[in-house]
Design a protein. Structure first.
Ligand SMILES: Nc1ncnc2c1ncn2[C@@H]1O[C@H](COP(=O)(O)OP(=O)(O)OP(=O)(O)O)[C@@H](O)[C@H]1O
Ligand SMILES: [Mg+2]
Length: 231
């Protein structure tokens, strides 16, 4: 099992969308996945209820998870599923702290603005504090969302260079701005059901989401192997 937590106190950076995409691809590849909706606005539950028939049986949703229940639910799901994916509210609260405390990997989505970079630094600071508190390392990685090949801002280039210089792990795959990714949250179901009538380029969206999931799975697999060697 791997507990993957999406966190960024900045709202609207793409936490819920990325969490849903990752869960869909992993489930499509046959893994058991538990999606934990720990945002009081319940975006994952809204996505789920739009078209539950189009969601594979090996992808399970746990709605209405609060700071009182999150630790127990993560542990419980981790004993049952290969991947536990946690979506959090875009603010700093106790549920965020507890989820990071249980994470095998924290993924921090961000866009290419300085404001995003500042919020990302806050999440990394929180992870470092929790590492000290729990005396364990908490792997994390930043990744870029909603990027566009057409509009690559100068800010984005600077921010990527800064992250590299600060040795902050960054995924080599971005989740680009795509109508298909927006459509999933609006229509429900998975990217594998989208037709050309519903969105343009569904195939490119699938390839992008799969490349993202491959990178994430690679990190979690390497960690598991490291854990085995250390044991
Ligand atoms: N890669 C993407 N391509 C296109 N649209 C996207 C992408 N990622 C997110 N969006 C859109 O951006 C908006 C915010 O995304 P999302 O809800 O995933 O962000 P969030 O970080 O979970 O927000 P919150 O902090 O409010 O929970 C949504 O309208 C979503 O459809
Ligand atoms: Mg969200």
């Amino acid at each position: 099992m791997s507990v993957i937590v999406f966190a960024n106190s900045k709202g609207g950076v793409g936490k819920s969308t990325s969490a849903v995409l990752l869960a869909q691809v992993l489930a499509h590849r046959g893994a058991t996945v538990s999606l934990i909706d720990a945002d009081p606005n319940q975006p994952l539950s809204a996505w789920w209820s739009r078209d539950p028939r189009r969601i594979p049986d090996n992808l399970k949703l746990i709605p209405k998870v609060t700071e009182d229940t999150i630790t127990e639910i993560i542990d419980d799901e981790a004993s049952k599923s290969a991947f536990v994916i946690v979506d959090l509210e875009g603010s700093a609260n106790l549920a965020v702290t507890y989820a990071i405390g249980r994470a095998d990997l924290v993924l921090i989505p961000m866009q290419g603005s300085q404001l995003d970079a500042d919020q990302t630094k806050r999440v990394i600071d929180l992870i470092c504090r929790e590492e000290r508190a729990f005396r364990r390392s908490i792997p994390y990685s930043v990744f870029f969302t909603r990027t566009s090949a057409a509009i690559r801002s100068r800010d984005l280039g600077h921010i990527q260079a800064d992250l590299k210089e600060a040795l902050i792990p960054t995924l080599p795959v971005e989740l680009t701005e795509r109508a298909a990714f927006r459509a999933i949250m609006q229509l429900g179901g998975t990217i594998y059901d989208l037709t050309k009538d519903e969105v343009s380029k569904p195939k490119a969206a699938i390839e992008n989401a799969e490349a993202f999931a491959r990178e994430v799975a690679l990190i979690t697999r390497n960690q598991t192997n490291k854990g085995r060697v250390a044991a």
